[in-house]
Ligand binder design. Structure first.
Ligand SMILES: [Zn+2]
Ligand SMILES: [Zn+2]
Length: 683
């Protein structure tokens, strides 16, 4: 009998299908050995003057001792142990600890596969290997690093900002992005400009018309900054002479997007379905464990040649040979990606299982179908030919008192290519563009109509789930295994609010970032955090020692920490504004303060004005299911939060659970994902 260890019950079910008798498949249920929850759990030894050694204090995770007992019994019966956890650093670490716990006197081997299919598993069983200690070290390094920062920095925040706060290494930098964006928005001054558009018509034929946009005046970019200038141009343009000065025809190709990797899958699911990254990862995890998609934590854009062949066959038979490119489309994976972790992009494991034949299962069934459809379409389309457009640009000169250049662009699609798959979904500016009538150079045109519209420049947009992950990835902060937990953590810690899918920093978030940037300028640099991620990658490649990397970080960090403890100034948390005037003094603003018994309303002129009021907080985006009233956040006498209808006592609806905005429900989490230790920082 061979004992096979995986992470979750779903994986047991999937693997058991393909392994015959002679195999006993058991689940670790995530990490069974980990750092303690109650303390830092890292012993720091000083070596000489400058170096440190870090000894993690691992122990069996609380509540997992029964599981360990069960596994030990199974191990006793087994002749050998096969570690079959997920193919990445976290999976390698779980395998390492399970091996240590059960492996004494047994033959222990490690197998990895990137999809849970019969083919992949039998193949893996034929080539068992050893644990990759470099990957284990990279995981240990991240854990210890985050513990050091979390446990040593948080107490400083308690003293200098507010009690109960916790600091996270990568999370703080992510909050910084959001705080800085808010600063840009606050500092933004909208600039007025006017858009002037002229309709002209052909003098011959069907007298077709087209709309032109004013681009230049006397050959220079037109800047119309106020109503007066706009009116002057409009008057002049009404009686100007119009003549075509340039006709430019081009063919434009729009290429399909590359297959999904973790970051782009999360972005697409956020954009299309409005999902949080965490939800996307939970649903993807279930699809992977059921054997429907390849491993969903990946940076790779590579596709297995056998899959590409099937995709091309499918495209040919479904859409016709003209949709199949002569050679497969190849997408380059970023060179930074660690080779052994970069196996394949995220794709369906069975390319014959179309989005119509796939049926989800369990509570997550509907969501599985949505996400599978997204992945399936992206995988097929990435191997299709580009869409081809005939694009036309017409420049028209207008001579009045001044000389103007106006431009019209038009585009027609002559071959849909990969967009055939997205018939109803693809929309964008390009599609809305007008189709231009045939024009010739020097052709004269008649004026028909003119419109001028006042506009203002817009501030940069707030981040949402998709754009934040894009930014984190662009800056090299975070990895496929961490994007989701970064976003979830900064919301859970109330550094950031998500309102209508956009991120706003809270006053606590602003204060923490202000304090950290002032006192830990190096650690709070985006480049510094990116460099740490690269160092962790190097450790996973076996190119760097994890102890040396930690020591290099900890030396300067602990010195800085000591200084900050003594010398830094407190940073106050600004009271949140409500936008209302104080009802008592009429001068101050009503603000939200936090006291011993929770939040309350107060006057910004406190202590001069003593106004206080009860704070009523509503849950945004949901209404009472009984009467349609707003949902209030309330507290019991003992301080426990609950949710109730605003029409109490007329309506008695109440719940301990925060009601969720439709479409943003969190799915039930599979044991495997939840207990994977994605939140990497000190509690
Ligand atoms: Zn007042
Ligand atoms: Zn109600």
């Amino acid at each position: 009998m061979q004992l096979v260890i995986v992470e979750s019950p779903t994986k047991i079910k999937s693997l058991s299908k393909y392994l015959g008798a002679g195999y006993d498949v058991q689940a670790s249920m995530g990490h069974i050995v980990d750092l303690p929850k109650s303390k830092m759990g890292v012993e720091i030894k000083k070596i000489g003057n400058k170096s440190f050694e870090f000894v993690p204090e691992y122990g069996v995770v609380k509540g997992k001792s029964d599981q360990v007992k069960r596994l030990k019994t199974a191990a006793k019966r087994a002749d050998s142990i096969i570690l079959a956890t997920d193919p990445d650093r976290e999976g390698e670490a779980i395998a390492y600890h399970v091996g240590n716990l059960l492996g004494e006197g047994k033959k222990v081997s490690r197998i990895t596969f990137h999809s849970i299919t019969k083919e992949a598993i039998l193949e893996a069983l034929e080539h068992p290997g050893k644990l990759d200690m470099a990957m284990v070290d990279a995981q240990q390094a991240r854990r210890v690093l985050d513990r050091l920062v979390g446990y040593e920095l948080s107490p400083v925040l308690w003293r200098k900002v507010r009690r109960g706060l916790s600091a996270g290494r990568v999370q703080s930098v992510a909050v910084r992005l959001i705080v800085e964006r808010e600063g840009e928005i606050e500092a933004f001054k909208p600039v007025e400009y006017w858009e002037i558009r002229v309709e002209v018509v052909k003098q011959t034929g069907k007298k077709e018309g087209l709309w032109l946009e004013l681009m230049k005046v006397f050959g220079k970019k037109a800047s119309v900054g106020n109503a007066k200038t706009a009116a002057m141009y409009v008057e002049d343009l009404k009686s100007a002479e119009y003549k075509v000065s340039l006709v430019e025809k081009k063919e434009r190709k729009a290429y399909a997007k590359p297959p999904f990797k973790t970051s782009t899958l999360q972005q697409a699911a956020a954009n299309v379905m409005g999902w949080t990254s965490k939800k996307t990862m939970t649903v993807a995890q279930s699809l992977y464990e059921q054997g429907n998609i390849t491993y969903h934590r990946t940076d790779s854009l590579n596709l297995a040649p056998s899959a590409v062949e099937l995709i091309r066959k499918f495209i040919g038979s479904e859409f016709g040979a003209e949709y199949v490119p002569a050679e497969p489309n190849v997408y380059k994976t970023s060179t930074k990606v660690v080779a052994q972790e970069a196996h394949e992009a995220i794709r369906p494991t069975d390319m014959n299982m179309g989005t119509n034949s796939f049926v989800g299962s369990g509570e997550m069934g509907r969501d599985q179908e949505k996400l599978y459809g997204l992945i399936w379409r992206r995988t097929i389309s990435c191997q299709m030919k580009p869409a081809v457009f005939d694009s036309v640009r017409v420049d028209v000169s207008a001579e009045g008192e001044k000389v103007y250049t106006l431009v019209a662009r038009g585009e027609t699609m002559k071959f849909d290519g990969w967009r055939k798959l997205y018939r109803s979904q693809v929309s964008g500016d390009r599609d809305q563009e007008q189709i231009l009538p045939e024009m010739n150079k020097d052709e004269e045109l008649d004026f028909k109509d003119i419109k001028s519209e006042q506009k203002f420049t817009l501030p940069p947009p707030r981040y949402n789930d998709a754009s934040l992950i894009k930014e984190l990835e662009k800056r090299g902060i975070g990895r496929p295994s961490t994007y989701a937990s970064i976003v979830a953590t900064i919301i859970a810690r109330r550094y950031v609010d998500r309102k209508e899918r956009k991120f706003y920093p809270t006053s606590v978030g602003k204060a923490v970032v202000e304090f950290l940037v002032k006192n830990f300028p190096v650690e709070m640099e985006y480049e510094f955090t990116a460099k740490m991620e690269e160092d962790l990658d190097d450790i996973a490649r076996g190119k760097q020692s994890w102890q040396a990397m930690l020591s290099d970080f900890y030396g300067p960090f602990s010195k800085q920490l000591d200084q900050v403890k003594d010398k830094s100034e407190r940073v106050g948390v600004e009271a949140e504004k409500t936008g209302k005037k104080c009802p008592e003094c009429g001068q101050g603003d009503v603000v939200i303060r936090e006291g011993k018994y929770g939040k309350f309303l107060s006057c910004s002129r406190f202590p001069e004005c003593k106004y206080t009021g009860k704070l009523i907080e509503y849950v945004e985006g949901v209404v009472c299911e009984k009467c349609g009233g707003k949902i209030m956040v309330k507290k019991t006498r003992t301080g426990r939060e609950f949710f109730g209808c605003e029409n109490y006592p007329k309506c008695d609806w109440a719940s301990w659970k925060r009601p969720v905005v439709p479409g943003q429900e969190e799915s039930n989490k599979e044991a495997g994902d939840e207990s994977r230790g994605e939140d990497e920082s000190g509690e």
